[in-house]
Design a protein around this ligand. Sequence first.
Ligand code: GLN
Length: 285
Amino acid sequence: MSPGEHDARPDVATVASLLREPGLPPPESRILLSHVLGWPRTQLITRDREPLAPETLAVYRALHARRVAGEPIAYLTGSREFFGLTLTVSPSVLIPRPETELLVELALARLEGRRAPRVLDLGTGSGAIALAIAHSRPDAQVTALDRSPDALDVARENARQLGLADRVTFLASDWYAALPANEAPFDIIVSNPPYIVSGDAHLSQGDLRFEPIDALTDHSDGLAALRAIVAGAPSRLLPNGWLLCEHGYHQAAEVRALCLATGFADVASDRDLAGIERTTGGRRV
Ligand code: GLN
């Protein structure tokens, strides 16, 4: 057999032959191949006729089958990009969403002009929001809470990998419960809490089936976590400090009402790239 022909041998798997197999869209197969082989995307092109080792092939086939069964790509590769940072993720944490980058941008805008701001992130999960803010504001001190010890392990590991561990303090806490009473007040409180209504059909579809249920729903009307977060915020904020929460596509008016009833000023919602009111916040007077 001459070089170049081995691609046609049915018994030898190559990147090219695997990408021709049915089952997954080629971009997803490429992500898995790049992960399994440890090759950057360019090498998937330049080395696409190289015979693959049987062990490598077996690992790829196993991940491929799990993806076909619906597992999110981020759990299969163990990482996800968020706000330009590579975060480790596991099934203990919600996979960071692109729309949550809006919350980070809005928080950073509200911190402009404040020196050495103190930031509180409630329900930090992978640490995405806390770490993105800490990375963008090298003078910020961030406290990040989560009720789940497994999520905090992931968040701490991310802080370490990103070299941010000295400026982000992690705490196991059910919202504000474990925050010391004498903790200095914050410039901003941010949160992407569980806000999906109990029993919502989305919980049993797509990626959400594999994500931690407690990070997605409050097992109630979708506003239970948001109520607790808004109610506890004024006593933890500096005067003129901000509260900023992500919420569901249909919840903006209700969260604005909660903020107004709690005495916040400048209460407003912002739209994500899809045009959906995705965050709501206000200023403590
Ligand atoms: N944005 C997520 C989704 O709808 C939900 C995240 C959350 O509940 N905080 O897929």
